[in-house]
Design a protein around this ligand. Structure first.
Ligand code: NAD
Length: 379
């Protein structure tokens, strides 16, 4: 980032002027003392112009490509809001141009590109943050505080849930969506999406699970994928993923474009002394033998705005990055592990290097909670 502008508002270039760019624009505009949207870039220049008019009164410049926006010397920050297959090119070029980067999920679509991104960020020294907006949900932050404060003792399992029954999604699509459509366009093409629901919306439930585990390394993954509702997709609309962490704690992810869950629950933690469960707007905490949980409610959080406010703090005041490169690569590795597992019909092992490609399991990882199945119970 250009140091000569250290005291001035950051000049932000938003790359991709679609659905999520709109929410990011609202977020950046909340911090107008510290950041200013300077440009939009989209192959569809009508969209870029529309965003500029709507969110900056037409002051933001418009471009039509990745190259054009990263070449603008006045821009300090590139906010990547593109379809998945374009993330690697956008991040590499932005880093090489010395820009700070906020990148929508997923980081990219494969682990070798992730390793390339990690090397380029290290060699250029730019600041990078994954746009893991759901990390900023107050109920999740409070749950993490309760866990690290020892309120439920040793954790035994974490469960995260990210689901919505999609019937209409792409606001730019001309396709009928009322008949169970949705998730069309680039999301329905593996060349542009890189995967199905698990790589897309499932990214949220995966980084949420890893944040609850707080540094405990995922060592084994079992994935179980289904296509319940979105029959036009080339792969899954739903993932069930089981994870063994190094400590022995078990993680479970439910992620879906086909299901809804009662109460919009997003996570649960079960531990030695009790359990915690949360949604975006509530957190319940129930210790062993309490007749009912203690529940606290929160206003619906504007997670994109919270995320952008945090990123500005990272850039301007050196706050600790909530989603550094290795965290987002680890998220991708777990997802890749789940895909390999579903393909093999078996549990897979995750290498220690987050960019290491998952491999078929040879022997089960032994943890303090692992069980050897006695022969007597088989058959
Ligand atoms: N955090 C969340 O909750 C959340 C929600 C939705 C989408 N996303 C992520 O945001 C990203 C974008 O998704 P979206 O829903 O906004 O998609 P979208 O289709 O609405 O927007 C993508 C935009 O990129 C433009 N584009 C395509 N190729 C381009 C190129 N070469 N150069 C410049 N622009 C180009 C398209 O014209 C389109 O306007 C994805 O990574 C997606 O997973 C995140």
């Amino acid at each position: 980032m250009s140091s000569q502008r250290a005291g001035s508002p950051l000049r932000v270039g938003i790359l991709g002027a679609g659905n999520i760019a709109r929410l990011h624009s609202v977020g950046w505009n909340e911090f107008s003392q510290n950041a200013e949207i300077a440009a939009y870039s989209d192959v569809d220049t009508v969209r870029a112009r529309y965003m500029s008019d709507t969110h900056t009164g037409g002051t933001a410049k418009t471009y039509d490509s990745i190259d054009a926006i990263v070449a603008d010397p006045e821009i300090d920050v590139i906010d990547v809001c593109l379809p998945h297959h374009l993330h690697v090119d956008a991040v590499l070029k932005a880093a090489q141009a010395g820009k700070a980067i906020l990148c929508e999920k997923p980081l990219c679509t494969n682990l070798s590109d992730a390793a390339k991104i990690r090397e380029t960020i290290a060699s250029t020294g730019v600041v990078f943050m994954g746009a893991h907006n759901n990390l900023f949900t107050p109920s999740l932050l409070e749950a993490r505080r309760l866990i690290s404060g020892g309120f439920i003792g040793r954790p035994f399992m974490y469960r995260t849930i990210e689901v919505f029954q999609s019937r209409s999604f792409d606001p730019w699509s001309k396709e009928a969506s009322a008949t169970g459509g949705g998730q069309r366009g680039w999301r329905a093409d593996l060349r542009t999406s890189g995967g199905g629901e698990l790589l897309d919306t499932g990214y949220h439930s995966t980084y949420r699970l890893l944040s609850l585990a707080s540094g405990d390394r995922p060592v084994e993954v079992t994935g179980f994928l289904s296509r319940f509702l979105q029959s036009h997709l080339p792969t899954e609309d739903t993932g069930h993923v089981f994870i063994r962490f190094e400590s022995g704690v078990v993680g479970e992810i439910l992620t879906s474009w086909a299901l809804d869950v009662v109460g919009a629950r997003q996570f649960e933690i079960e531990g030695e002394f009790g359990a915690i469960a949360g949604s975006a707007t509530s957190l319940s905490h129930q210790l062993y033998r309490w007749p009912e949980p203690a529940t606290r409610t929160y206003p619906a959080p504007a997670t994109f705005t919270l995320e952008i406010g945090h990123f500005i703090e990272v850039l301007k005041n050196g706050a600790t990055n909530a989603a550094p490169i290795d965290d987002t690569i680890r998220t991708l590795q777990v997802i890749k592990g789940a895909y390999l597992s579903a393909k093999l019909g078996a549990t897979v092992t995750l290498p220690e290097d987050p960019a290491g490609v998952p491999v078929a399991r040879e022997t089960a990882v032994s943890t303090p909670y692992s069980v050897q199945v006695p022969d007597e119970v088989l058959g």
